[in-house]
Design a protein around this ligand. Structure first.
Ligand SMILES: [Zn+2]
Length: 351
């Protein structure tokens, strides 16, 4: 980390902003090793390899997730190289063939466009994982901070060094559990990004409340998430392997997201992800995902094969889906882009 980060930090245990930084090793660009101590409660947070470690208690679900990452990495390690990291997000499909069905780059670019923050804005990438998107934000001129529960290279924050060394643009990395208090002062960020990460939280309501707290009064929250429809009974994503890996894959309906955001004081708008059109393109080419498709997807796939090649009908379908996306997400559970901002609290006028 760099010393400037200290201005944004507060103790995740007692919320005090009175912190002492001790540098043990500085490579000329950033502090590689050191320690931050809270004056109030005495909590110590280590800085290891440039990453600030603010985790001081472990939730069993978060612990399971970390174990799950390790098991998954052992299986995938042959394909995982520094080049693979630099090729993200497209290179995900080399290891996870079903990722061919999403266009994460297009979805993320759409999120960045829709959140419309000005260059230099400070963005927290919550659940940043391998940090490819944090790196993208940094390339685009934002000041981005990556936060994740894992440091594991190829899954978590240790991957960031590859991007920083290759592109020469520095960004901060903070190890933290998003289900507890975040180690940042209130009203710090212009934007918070949660790209397919918020459903991993072991306490999603707490996570949303913390996002609201660390956002500036006019700050914006950008979410990309899958959702389940009103008729779906499942409690997790239907990926058996991930469950074996013990990675938290909670799934919420659009209505649940709506309720949680409103309750926390957010106003928001919902959009479709560009990935949806990629799925339709692949369906129209007769491709099928490796996973077994539920009936509703089979019907969509059939309809798309009939009509998607006609450009007039394609335009019409796109228009109808975009216009009625909230309803479709509510009924069938679709991946959504949510752009939220803090509701302005009414100021009490003293008479
Ligand atoms: Zn403290």
């Amino acid at each position: 980390m760099r010393t400037e980060l200290l201005d944004l930090l507060q103790c995740p245990n007692c919320s005090s902003g009175e912190l002492e930084l001790i540098q043990k090793e500085n490579n000329g660009s950033y502090i590689k090793n050191g320690e931050i101590t809270c004056f109030s409660c005495g909590l110590k947070m280590g800085i290891n390899g440039g990453i600030l470690n603010s985790v001081f208690r472990l939730n069993p679900e978060a612990q399971d997730e970390l174990e799950g990452h390790k098991i998954m990495l052992l299986r995938e390690r042959n394909g995982l190289t520094d080049e693979w990291l630099l090729g993200l997000p497209d290179s995900y499909s080399i290891i996870y063939p079903d990722r061919e069905w999403v266009d994460e780059l297009a979805d993320t670019q759409d999120l960045i466009k829709r959140i419309s923050l000005s260059s230099g804005a400070l963005i927290l990438d919550l659940g940043a994982g391998t940090c490819w998107a944090t790196n993208l934000l940094t390339q685009l001129g934002f000041r981005a901070i990556a936060l994740d529960i894992s440091t594991e290279k190829f899954v978590g924050l240790d991957s960031a060094e590859i991007f920083i060394n290759y592109y020469g643009n520095y960004f901060e990395r903070v190890l933290s559990d998003m289900g507890f208090e975040l180690p940042f002062k209130s009203n710090s960020f212009d934007g918070v990004f949660c790209r397919s990460s918020i459903h991993h939280s072991h306490n999603i309501k707490k996570t949303i409340a913390e996002i609201k707290r660390v956002l500036k009064p006019k700050g914006k929250l950008g979410i990309i998430e899958a959702s389940k429809g009103i008729f779906d009974k499942q409690k997790t994503f239907g990926q058996k392997e991930k469950c074996i890996y013990k990675i938290n894959e909670h799934i919420y309906s659009y209505i649940e997201y709506k309720g949680m955001l409103r309750e926390s004081g957010f106003e928001f708008t919902v959009y479709n992800v560009p990935s949806l059109w990629k799925k339709f393109d692949l369906f129209s080419q007769g491709k099928k995902p490796k996973i077994k498709l539920p009936l509703k997807h089979k019907i969509v796939s059939f309809a798309v094969r009939l009509f998607w090649k006609n450009s007039c009908i394609k335009r019409l379908i796109k228009k109808i889906i975009s216009n009625y996306y909230v309803l479709l997400a509510y009924l069938f559970g679709l991946q959504v882009i949510i752009i939220a901002h803090k509701r302005e609290d009414k100021i009490d006028k003293k008479t």
